[in-house]
Design a protein around this ligand. Structure first.
Ligand SMILES: NC(=O)c1ccc[n+]([C@@H]2O[C@H](COP(=O)([O-])OP(=O)(O)OC[C@H]3O[C@@H](n4cnc5c(N)ncnc54)[C@H](OP(=O)(O)O)[C@@H]3O)[C@@H](O)[C@H]2O)c1
Length: 319
C-alpha cells in the first residue's frame, strides 16, 4: 500500500509499505478520508512519537473508509460497510487495520470527507464537554480556539445539547462562521468580560488559564485539551478555591482500548446520528489527494483555517 511516511529529517513523502493484515478482532479498511491533526504536525517534528503497537512512521489519528476484510473473531462489520474511527496512528494510508470495538458505522448520508474529519474532533469535544465536564443544558460554556477542528465540533455539540455557547476565535474572518455554528463569538483577549462560565474548554493553552479561572462560575469546570500556546501557567489557587472550581485535563491518543471503545459507543449513540441528520457538521477548510500530503501539512501548519484539513487516499469520491 501507499502511505504518508515521516522521515527522521522531518521530511514527508508518500511511500510503499507492506499491506497490513487484520489480526484477531480487527478489520482491514480501505481509507477514503483521513483528517489531519496537530498531533501529526508534532509527530513529524519528532516531538510526539506513536504509541506502542502503531506504525512509528505512518501518521494519522482518524479515518473513514470501507471494510475490506475481517480478522479472526471480528464479527461486528462485514466487507463493504462504511466505518470511521480514531486510532493511535497509521490512518494516513490506503489501508489501515483497527480493532472492531473502536470502529463506528458511518450514517448513510454522511460524506467520506466529513466522516474522515469527524472522529478526532467530535470524540475530543464530546469526551471533554459531556464526559469530563458533565455539561448540562442551560449552562454557559466557553470554547477557546473555536475555529479549529475540535472547536467547531465543540461549539455545535454544546449548542445541540442546549448550552449557552460562547467562543473565542483569533481570525476575524471566521468569527461570523463560528457564530453561525451556534456561538456568541469574542476576540481572544475579550472573553473575561462575558463570564462567568460554567464550563471552559481550553484548546489554546496556558496563557488563558489565569483569566479562565477568574471567569469561572461557582462550581465551574475548566477542561484543558490543547496546549499549543504553552503548557506552563501561574494560577491564583485562592480564586479557584473561592469559585469551588475544578481544572480537568486529558489526552485521547494514549488511552487503552477499553476506554476508547467506551467513547466510541457513546459517540455512536449521541453524536453520529446528529452528524447523519446534518444537525452537526464538519467544516472542511481544504482536502488534498495523498500525493499532495506535504501541501496538506503546510496548510494545517499555516493556521487561520476554519475546521479540518482532510487527506483523500482513494481520490475524491463523495460517498
Ligand atoms: N488532548 C487531546 O486528546 C487532544 C485531541 C485533539 C486535539 N488536541 C489539541 O487541541 C488543540 C485544538 O485541536 P484542533 O484540532 O482544533 O486544532 P486546530 O484545528 O489547529 O485549531 C486550533 C485553533 O486554536 C487557535 N489558536 C491557536 N493558538 C492560538 C493562540 N495563541 N491564540 C488564540 N487562538 C489560537 C487557532 O487559531 P489560528 O487558526 O488563528 O491559529 C485555531 O483556530 C490542539 O492543540 C490539539 O493538538 C488535543
Amino acid at each position: 500500500m501507499r502511505a504518508v511516511t515521516l522521515h527522521p529529517d522531518h521530511s514527508i513523502t508518500v511511500s510503499e509499505h507492506p499491506d497490513p493484515r487484520p489480526g484477531a478482532g480487527e478489520i482491514l479498511v480501505q481509507v477514503r478520508a483521513a483528517g489531519l491533526n496537530g498531533a501529526d504536525m508534532a509527530q513529524r517534528q519528532g516531538r510526539y512519537p506513536a504509541p506502542p503497537g502503531f506504525p512509528p512512521d505512518i501518521p494519522g489519528l482518524e479515518f473513514s473508509g470501507e471494510v475490506l476484510e475481517c480478522g479472526p473473531g471480528a464479527a461486528r462489520f462485514g466487507p463493504g460497510d462504511r466505518v470511521c474511527a480514531i486510532t493511535g496512528g497509521g490512518a494516513q494510508a490506503e489501508l489501515v487495520t483497527i480493532h472492531e470495538r473502536l470502529v463506528m458505522p458511518v450514517p448513510g448520508q454522511l460524506a467520506w470527507v466529513a466522516a474522515g474529519g469527524a472522529p478526532e474532533a467530535y470524540s475530543t469535544a464530546y469526551d471533554a464537554l459531556c464526559g469530563q465536564a458533565g455539561l448540562q443544558a442551560g449552562e454557559r460554556v466557553l470554547i477557546h480556539g473555536a475555529a479549529g477542528g475540535v472547536g467547531t465540533a465543540a461549539v455545535q455539540l454544546a449548542a445541540a445539547f442546549r448550552a449557552e455557547v460562547h467562543a473565542t476565535v483569533r481570525n476575524p474572518d471566521h468569527r461570523d462562521a463560528v457564530a453561525k455554528l451556534g456561538a456568541t463569538v469574542h476576540a481572544p483577549d475579550d472573553f473575561s468580560a462575558h463570564g462567568p462560565f460554567d464550563v471552559i474548554l481550553e484548546l489554546v493553552g496556558a496563557p488563558n488559564l489565569p483569566a479562565d479561572v477568574a471567569s469561572l462560575a461557582p462550581w465551574g469546570r475548566i477542561v484543558v485539551i490543547g496546549i499549543g500556546a504553552g503548557a506552563e501557567a501561574t494560577l491564583n489557587l485562592g480564586v479557584l478555591m473561592y469559585r469551588r472550581g475544578r481544572i480537568l485535563a486529558s489526552t485521547l491518543r494514549a488511552r487503552p482500548l477499553e476506554e476508547k471503545a467506551l467513547l466510541a459507543r457513546a459517540l455512536e449513540r449521541s453524536v453520529m446520528p446528529l452528524l447523519g441528520d446534518g444537525v452537526l457538521t464538519v467544516p472542511v477548510a481544504a482536502t488534498y489527494p495523498l500525493d499532495r500530503v506535504a501541501d496538506a501539512y503546510d496548510r494545517f501548519s499555516a493556521g487561520g483555517k476554519l475546521g479540518k484539513v482532510v487527506l483523500l487516499p482513494a481520490g475524491d469520491q463523495p460517498r
